[in-house]
Design a protein around this ligand. Structure first.
Ligand code: MLT
Length: 247
């Protein structure tokens, strides 16, 4: 069975993939690791970077005995990590999924906002941060999805969230590297994504030699939570049409 690794968004944990794990388990061995500092994963001494998380991921796959190529996907922050992995370990990928994410680095203004957010989280908590972020995360704001996002974020530690904000702030630009990707890449974006809007998905598509774009209607930034069935179907269809198993 093919391995599909899915990496979660900020400031959530692997629990955000529950629906996709259930929907895709018949076809894939779905693995959903926690990023450093989230869920059950500790923050490494000295913090982490997108690249060090990619290295950790490769070591973790090794520890599971997974030497075959995998399909690796990530949403938003998870997408940044998936891009870092694709740059460092291209030979380990059968396909890449970049969902509600972007390839460029933070602008000076965005970096300044990260620093303000770091101060805000230190003075408050992840639960308070998510209240502030919520208006931009979901398009439909259904009470059950809002509750789910709050539940996932509220569990996260201040230390973990701060370390991630540093990694997000300092991430490199991956735009140029995408031109050399020799594996099929699925770009997914929520139609109403207010954080990484469809224009950014199209910008990535312009660089990707083997890109497929799927826009998910009725979804915002956390497209997999808001439209779980459509998100899972996008992956299933792409794997079939892009002949991933033969690549
Ligand atoms: C995420 O959803 O992971 C974050 O919005 C990523 C970011 O802030 O750049």
């Amino acid at each position: 069975m093919e391995t599909l690794v899915l990496i979660h968004a900020f400031p959530l944990d692997r629990g955000m993939w529950q629906s996709q794990v259930e929907a895709l388990a018949d076809r894939f061995r779905v693995l959903t690791p926690d990023v450093f500092g989230f869920g059950d994963s500790p923050v490494p001494a000295g913090g982490w970077t997108m690249d060090s998380m990619a290295v950790e991921l490769a070591a973790w796959l090794d520890s599971l005995g997974i030497r075959d190529k995998v399909i690796l996907g990530g949403l938003s922050m998870g997408g940044y990590i998936a891009l870092a992995f694709a740059k460092r370990f291209p030979e380990r990928l059968r396909g890449l999924i970049l969902a509600d994410t972007r390839a460029d680095a933070d602008t000076p203004e965005a970096r300044a906002t990260r620093n303000e957010t770091i101060d805000f989280v230190k003075a408050n908590s992840a639960a308070v941060l998510i209240e502030k972020m919520l208006p931009k995360l979901l398009a439909t704001n259904s009470p059950s999805e809002v509750a789910r996002v709050k539940e996932l974020a509220s569990k996260q530690s201040v230390e973990g969230v701060v370390a991630a904000l540093v990694a997000l702030r300092d991430r490199p630009d991956s735009t140029a590297a995408m031109k050399a990707f020799k594996f099929p890449t699925l770009v997914i974006v929520g139609e109403h994504d207010a954080i990484t809007p469809p224009a950014l998905a199209e910008a990535m598509m312009a660089e990707l030699p083997q890109g497929t774009l799927v826009t998910i209607p009725g979804a915002g930034h956390l497209a997999n939570l808001e439209q779980p069935a459509a998100f899972a179907e996008a992956i299933r269809t792409w794997v079939m049409n892009a002949k991933i198993h033969e690549s």
